[in-house]
Ligand binder design. Structure first.
Ligand SMILES: Cc1cc2nc3c(=O)[nH]c(=O)nc-3n(C[C@H](O)[C@H](O)[C@H](O)COP(=O)(O)OP(=O)(O)OC[C@H]3O[C@@H](n4cnc5c(N)ncnc54)[C@H](O)[C@@H]3O)c2cc1C
Length: 404
């Protein structure tokens, strides 16, 4: 296998890197330069100023042609090759920037789902404002009693004339407080077997009858929400795919989500930061970087991070040969998120009691950034399907084991 890039691809990387570094320095200067946090980790917070900058970053990313490299030209994307997409991902992760500007859900998975299964009118109406950032999207799948067992969802939609009437509740809806639209999974036939009575709707979040309530996270952020629906009317033209066949549509969205799930976690960037940390702090009474234990752990993590990168190249090479990404994308998601968690836990171990100091407290290490990262580290192993669910998928659909 040849891992070298062509001169044209190297030029693409240099141009992109120069653009990204300059734009990020201008808009997020301190955050990127100090690498105190990744800009992405703040994307779903409540900081209005940062959000405005994020929207500006989104617009510039789009104008420069980097926002939707994987979208076809017919729908406003750049239709770049998979190698260029991979180079783009490397560069965005290197700076801790979000891959799809302010509209992650839309560009990553909802737009591609509409392109694949939406009506011509839906494509004409919704795709362009996703790219410009004029309409921000979120994803309403999980409910209080339907997370891993998503098909158990109970939010009801009853067809009355030209509208569906919605009643029920979603939970953990990231960014609903900023979003204009939502993709929503609803039960339209309660009598059918649970996977068969579900439909997939596009919902205007300003519709009367919708209440959005923030949920406070352990980090102090409020990135996700509960969303309540009380007699909400949604035009029947907003149905994607066929009535009661929304499960297949939701699977398409999840496949797009999981295909990028392993890519999103900047494990190599974090590795670099941990190595720098090991050179700065003491462990067991001497510089951490001189401890055999710390060195062994770091080397092990580095090997795993490299395997994740090679796994990504393998998937890319399969795509270049025309193969569609399959359930093996769960392997990338599982490995990258679990490694991210272990890296944070390792920082906790190196820092000892200092890991508990919040930013702003005297004696914090690196502004207390590791404290919030350690607290937040488990999130990614839950979002988008937990690690246990990814292992079930790998067991059943990659290894061919019988259903447990
Ligand atoms: C940061 C973050 C952002 C999120 N954003 C969104 C969003 O925007 N939209 C949205 O709809 N949802 C979102 N979610 C919700 C997420 O999809 C769910 O939390 C996830 O699917 C798990 O569902 P649950 O929380 O109901 O846990 P449960 O399904 O109740 O699971 C509880 C535990 O049981 C285990 N478990 C369950 N079933 C099995 C099984 N069959 N085999 C083995 N173990 C099992 C799970 O792995 C877990 O450890 C987000 C979650 C997080 C953490």
């Amino acid at each position: 296998m040849d891992f070298d890039y062509t001169p044209e691809q190297e030029q693409f990387r240099s141009r992109l890197r120069a653009w990204m570094e300059a734009t990020a320095a201008e808009l997020f200067g301190d955050l990127v330069a100090s690498s105190s946090v990744t800009v992405e980790s703040l994307l779903y917070g409540r900081d209005d100023q940062l959000w405005q900058k994020m929207l500006e970053y989104h617009r510039r990313l789009h104008d420069a042609g980097y926002l939707a490299l994987h979208w076809p030209k017919d729908w406003g994307g750049s239709q770049a090759g998979v190698v260029e997409q991979s180079i783009y991902q490397d560069e965005a992760l290197r700076l801790g920037l979000p891959l799809y500007g302010a509209n992650n859900f839309a560009i990553d998975r909802i737009g591609p789902t509409i392109m694949l299964l939406g009506s011509e009118e839906q494509k004409q109406r919704y795709l362009a404002p996703m790219l410009t950032g004029e309409e921000i999207w979120c994803q309403g799948y999980s409910e209080p009693n339907a997370g891993s067992d998503l098909a158990g969802l109970q939010t009801r939609a009853v067809l009355e004339g030209d509208c569906f009437v919605l009643d029920g509740q979603k939970v953990w809806t990231s960014n609903a407080h900023r979003a204009d639209y939502q993709v929503l999974l609803v039960r339209t036939d309660p009598a059918a077997p649970k996977h068969r009575g579900i439909s997939y709707l596009l919902v205007d979040l300003r519709s009367p009858g919708i209440t959005i309530r923030p949920l406070m996270q352990i980090t102090g952020e409020m990135g996700f929400n509960e969303v309540f629906y009380d007699g909400v009317r949604v035009p029947k033209d907003n149905l994607v795919g066929k009535l009661n066949e929304g499960w297949q549509v939701s699977i398409a969205t999840l496949m797009f989500q999981r295909a990028s799930g392993g890519v999103r976690h900047p494990v190599e960037r974090t590795m670099g930061e941990l190595i720098a940390l090991a050179k700065r702090v003491a462990f067991d009474g001497r510089p951490a970087c001189n401890s055999a234990y710390i060195r062994q752990r770091l080397a092990q993590f580095a090997a795993e991070a490299r395997c994740i990168r090679l796994g990504r190249y393998r998937a890319m090479s399969a795509q270049l040969r025309g193969r569609v990404p399959g359930p093996e994308s769960s392997i990338g998601k599982l490995c990258a998120t679990e490694l991210s968690l272990r890296l944070a836990m390792f920082a906790d171990e190196m820092l000892g009691p200092y890991a508990n100091l919040e930013s702003g407290s005297p004696g914090t290490v690196e502004g207390g950034k590791w404290t919030s990262r350690i607290i937040a580290a488990r999130e990614s192993t839950i979002a988008g399907g937990t690690s246990e669910i990814q292992r079930n998928i790998i067991g059943e659909r990659v290894l061919g084991l019988p259903k447990g």
